[in-house]
Design a protein around this ligand. Structure first.
Ligand SMILES: [Zn+2]
Length: 167
């Protein structure tokens, strides 16, 4: 199975390979292409969250690039940001979606470690700026009822940041 190198190469992140001239760069490029494709494909959990926020008539902004980590969703009135994390890429603890590919285990390990580090850094930076950071995991968006309850809790109890009563 493993020996069908050609199609394998195209379809997978195969880096065990041939001592090569320049193959590494190529592989790297391919890898990041594939990754960004995967990442962008994962917009569905995010839209589930957005739909719920809409339903709750909360006002939010998307991908604010002026904030650390450009959070997926920002609710300025609550001084709250939401990250919707893919369980695989962001390593949801104890989640069955957070598998580790057998191929290139070392590469993935490092990749994941960087992701986790980066995520932690974002949270730190945002909290330092006075934002509350909420992380919603992809698998949580599959249980809409629980997610709804969670969001209700966050935004009902959380209360808006003071505001002077003006509108
Ligand atoms: Zn998960």
């Amino acid at each position: 199975m493993v020996s069908s190198s050609k199609s394998f190469d195209d379809a997978q992140l195969n880096n065990d390979g041939s001592p090569g001239t320049g193959t590494d760069t190529l592989a790297k490029e391919k890898r990041s292409q594939l990754m960004s494709r995967v990442r962008h494909k994962g917009t569905k959990p995010e839209s589930a969250v957005r739909a719920l926020l809409d339903e709750m008539e909360l006002r939010f902004q998307l991908n604010r690039t002026d904030l650390p980590g450009s959070p997926d969703v920002t609710l300025p009135e609550y001084r709250t940001v939401i990250f919707v994390h893919g369980c695989f890429w962001h390593r949801h603890p104890n989640c069955k979606k957070a598998t580790t590919p057998k191929q290139n285990a070392q590469f993935w390990k490092e990749k994941f470690e960087r992701n986790i580090e980066r995520d932690a850094q974002k949270v730190q930076d945002l909290e330092a700026l006075g934002w509350r950071v909420v992380t919603i995991w992809q698998c949580e968006t599959e249980k809409i009822e629980d997610l709804t309850n969670n969001l209700r809790k966050i935004f009902k109890d959380g209360g808006k940041t003071s505001g002077m009563g003006t509108c």
